[in-house]
Design a protein around this ligand. Structure first.
Ligand SMILES: Nc1ncnc2c1ncn2[C@@H]1O[C@H](COP(=O)(O)OP(=O)(O)O)[C@@H](O)[C@H]1O
Ligand SMILES: [Mg+2]
Length: 121
């Protein structure tokens, strides 16, 4: 489903990822484990379209892909649930669920549609 080959990511002098290879097969839960600072979060952010790798290639269903934003990753079906449950305290549950992909109707938020969809899941 997802394959990473030779992924590098540097932040200035910090080499966060060096030549990372990973395969995530369809239908299996895959865990990524490692010490604090090993690069797990940076790797997930590369897969989620937040960071662009400096080198290497991502493949989604065997096609080379370049993810320029979280929206592009989400369009493929890649979503991230963050460990710190990065929710907006000032928004309600439905608003948090639809953050960044709000449904509109006549240029206004379609709150009813979002509430119904949230209740269904
Ligand atoms: N935005 C950033 N700028 C600079 N350095 C970063 C940034 N994000 C992560 N790093 C560094 O990259 C390394 C890997 O971090 P991280 O992926 O958060 O580790 P893990 O999630 O495995 O604990 C660490 O040395 C961290 O300090
Ligand atoms: Mg982390």
């Amino acid at each position: 489903m997802l394959r990473l080959e030779g992924i590098d990511k540097n932040f200035g002098p910090v080499q966060a990822l060096v030549d990372i290879t990973l395969e995530v097969p369809i239908g299996k839960v895959t865990a990524l484990a490692g010490d604090n600072g090993a690069g797990k979060s940076v790797l997930i952010k590369c897969v989620a379209g937040i960071h662009t790798p400096d080198d290497g290639q991502l493949f989604w269903e065997n096609q080379p892909v370049r993810l320029n934003s979280p929206h592009e990753a989400a369009a493929l079906g890649i979503e991230t649930v963050y460990q710190d449950l990065a929710l907006c305290d000032n928004l309600d549950i439905v608003q948090n669920l639809f953050l960044g992909r709000e449904r509109l109707r006549h240029f206004l938020l379609d709150e009813e549609s979002m509430e119904i969809a949230a209740g269904r899941h």
